[in-house]
Design a protein around this ligand. Structure first.
Ligand code: PLP
Length: 358
């Protein structure tokens, strides 16, 4: 069989640099030459405690997390945060910005816990833009936003300031660009895009917000229990945390968040420029809100959709089929995806145009 280099534009669960995969693979067999797999080492051992604390320190260093914020490693995916947040913080009203599929899921869970208000929505245009926030509410407990809409391909670049705690689902763009942690009161992210394998969820929370919880909660739903036990109240997702540590070390050694952001801007610009130039394709998202992580686009001529998927597959492009609610194509450009892969996709689009033009 012909050996074609694969370019993985899949939206996840997880894309990692080759060197990280290799080190993780060797640790599964024999970690640090101690004749034990990383999967077998006790999570209470000093060796694993040093892994989890090093991972926390790397998060703090790479994202410049201030002292009065706590970093937690949890399980249950970002989807568990959808309910834990209102369960912990919703007293009067939770405000939600409705920007797509995952924002909708967060809203659905909040409705179990109390008064929930959608302050703005882009549902009218199949979520292809980030809506403006007009009104000011002061009687709410928090505003929940989704910084990057993985399925629709939009991203927030200006953080809203409503005068209430800002809570953000950063599952699909954490570590892809510089952020100022102080702009947020709680950030959460499933590990599986830019951090590590699925299984761990990271939460960065301002201590003041944690201290505002004024009721008893079941242990596994209580952020304070995770904080008081250094994320080791129960068995943590050891492998996901370990590989996240390796990946964050890779990020640190490759220019950190500011370095990767420059690369991510370059990759996204290159692909969007081709989408805008090529007569066979058009982008989905409003230009000002185009995601750098998940680039969504369509074939102008619907019959070209499957043809292009087949054409691209033969050239080693994987995972570019759009999500079923949006259709078309989605190219995910996570941190570990190289500029060379984006160049290869652009070339494929150009060759397809030449082939299809009369
Ligand atoms: N939020 C966003 C923005 C996502 O992209 C995803 C998954 O891709 C989720 C939430 C759900 O995450 P999980 O599968 O970890 O629950």
């Amino acid at each position: 069989m012909e050996n074609i280099k694969k370019h993985n534009f899949g939206a996840g669960p997880c894309i990692l640099p080759q060197s990280v995969l290799e080190e993780a693979a060797s640790a599964v067999v024999n970690w640090n030459n101690i004749d034990l797999s990383i999967l077998e080492v006790s999570h209470r051992s000093p060796e694993f405690e040093s892994v989890i604390s090093r991972t926390g320190l790397l998060v703090r260093e790479l994202l410049k997390v201030p002292e009065d914020y706590t970093v937690l490693f949890m399980q249950g995916g970002a989807s568990t945060q959808f309910s834990m947040i209102p369960q912990s913080f919703l007293k009067t009203k939770g405000l939600y910005l409705d920007t797509g599929y995952f924002a909708q899921k967060a809203i659905k869970e909040a409705l179990f816990f109390g008064d929930t208000e959608i302050i703005a929505s882009s549902a009218d245009k199949n979520y292809n833009y980030i809506p403006d926030i007009q009104s000011h509410h002061t009687n709410a407990d928090y505003l929940h936003i989704t910084s990057n809409n993985t399925i629709e391909g939009t991203e927030i670049f200006n953080w809203p300031d409503m005068g209430v705690p800002l809570i953000c689902d950063m599952s699909s763009d954490i570590f892809s660009r510089e952020i100022r942690i102080r702009d947020f009161d709680l950030i959460y992210a499933g590990a599986q895009k830019n951090m590590g394998p699925a299984g761990m969820t990271m939460v960065i929370v301002k201590n003041k917000l944690l201290d505002s919880i004024d009721k008893p909660l079941p242990s596994m739903s209580d952020y304070r229990v995770y904080r008081d036990n250094q994320s080791l109240y129960n068995t943590p997702p050891v492998f996901s945390i370990y590989v996240s540590m390796l990946n964050l070390l890779w990020l640190k050694n490759n220019g950190g968040v500011s370095g990767i952001e420059k690369q991510n801007i370059k990759k996204a610009k290159l692909l969007y420029a081709e989408i805008d130039r090529n007569t066979l394709f058009r982008g989905n998202a409003a230009i000002a809100h185009r995601s750098r992580m998940n680039v969504t686009f369509q074939a102008v001529e619907p019959t070209h959709e499957q043809e292009f998927l087949d054409f691209a597959a033969k050239r080693g492009m994987i995972g570019i089929k759009g999500y079923r609610t949006v259709g078309g194509f989605r190219a995910s450009l996570y941190n570990a995806l190289s500029l060379q892969s984006v160049q290869a996709l652009v070339k494929t689009m150009q060759e397809f145009e030449i082939l299809r033009q009369p």
